[in-house]
Design a binder for this molecule. Sequence first.
Ligand SMILES: [Zn+2]
Length: 355
Amino acid sequence: MRDASLEHLKTLIATPSPSGFEQPVAHLYRNYVSEFADKVITDVMGNVSACINPQAAMRIMYAGHMDEIGFIVHFIDEDGFLFFNTIGGTDVATEIGQRVWVHGKERVQGVIGRKAIQTLKADESKQTPTLKDLWIDIGATSREQAEAVVKIGSPVTLQTEFAALLGSNATARAFDNKAGLFIGGEIVRRLAEEGGLHPDVGLYALGTVQEEIGSRGAQTAAFNLAPHTALAVDMGVAMDYPLARPEEQGRLDLGKGPGISQGPNTNPIVLDILLKAALEESIPYQLQAYGDKSPTDARLLQTNRSGVATGLLSVPLRYMHTPSEVLCLNDVEATIDLVCGYCRRIRPDTDFTPW
Ligand SMILES: [Zn+2]
């Protein structure tokens, strides 16, 4: 990966964006794509769209959600401890003892506290804690002291940032889905610099908001844009670690390329074009099968207006929605190649009707 791109990915990860609080990351995405896109638009929901060939009648929508899971402060007690609920689905057991940033009137350090193990009753120590058992300690000794820097409604994010692991693997919080947003910026850059997009085909690479709480941004953006075809790129649950049972939901390994979803979430013509691009350009991929509705932006793209020819690509990710997600940067690169390959194969008259 070129150095400037890797630095951009690290910056996206270092910047907080819980659902509803995506503005700092939206700002970064806008700045990055404005160098390459013909047009960059931010809508009332906060979605950012980077477009190449805005005059074209054929429209491709790319969706990589900008938001991450997080927390929000909903009560401050008289001793200055903060109580909170989650933004999106978090794994509570992984949060105890984590350092957090509370994004209040200023950015404040905090830790997620719980009763000490020495004070847990026998039955308590066997149970998984719930959010009701946790609080955030910012070191304040009174509500007044806490309220000087934090307010009800302040968002909270985990502190863990990007770190390289062995090989091409890396760890961070919120690869889900800063990696998908990053891929959106890279496809705009690559298609602008290297060309290949048909002049009468328009690409709209969107950083969407609020995916983690129901793909609200993708829903409104797709309605506004009315694309003919759409690709959602999100993280896929890897099945290549100890105790993983691929029998339950299929195999997905780090380092073997993005998962390509097939089944009811995928338009068959989109699937054919994706597979053709992968084959012709020797891009690694893994087939995935999922029979229920997709828990990603793809679900709302597919059923937008009178229907959109949709595909879903999943970057394999270990330990999803924990402070230390792990992915392989080669899979991110392969996903960029595959999305570019798909876009270059769309023609103004491509018919997505499954006959
Ligand atoms: Zn996601």
